[in-house]
Design a protein around this ligand. Structure first.
Ligand SMILES: [Cu+2]
Length: 142
């Protein structure tokens, strides 16, 4: 009645692997997965600007978009805030065009928890090309 070592290690590894998969999938919200699955055009350059130290509550996030070297003022821009730990609902806000060519500002974005955040801007140009940019912010309690 000898156990086959190969079989034993496989059956003990499988549940672990499944659990790891589930945990990893949970860390990554479906929105962000879909966004990164779409190809970014290398000409669409996106910079996300927010104070690196935030406070729980409203924040204005600024996004700068270049198409090559030319500011792109007719893009559709969405900013998604994800916390770096699992189980949070992402904060999503539109960023309409702002004060300067190629600049966009969120008008309804707010941090809802203290901790580490990743802000991702998804940009779509009128011709359908995409670009992405991100920045990290540490948010404190007010
Ligand atoms: Cu959180």
């Amino acid at each position: 009645m000898r156990e086959r070592p190969g079989r034993t290690s496989l059956t003990s590894f499988l549940p672990l692997a499944l659990l790891l998969l589930i945990v990893l999938a949970g860390c990554r919200p479906p929105d962000a997965g879909g966004a990164s699955a779409r190809a970014a055009d290398p000409d669409v350059r996106v910079r996300v600007e927010a104070p690196p130290e935030g406070v729980v509550g409203p924040e204005t996030v600024r996004v700068l978009v270049l198409d090559g070297d030319v500011p792109a003022s007719d893009a559709t821009v969405t900013v998604t805030g994800d916390m770096t730990h699992a189980g949070m609902v992402p904060v999503v806000a539109d960023a309409p065009p702002a004060d300067a060519p190629g600049a966009y500002l969120t008008d309804d974005f707010a941090y809802d928890m203290a901790g580490d955040w990743v802000l991702t801007a998804e940009v779509t140009l009128p011709d359908g090309r995409h670009g992405f940019g991100e920045t990290r912010v540490t948010v404190a309690r007010p």
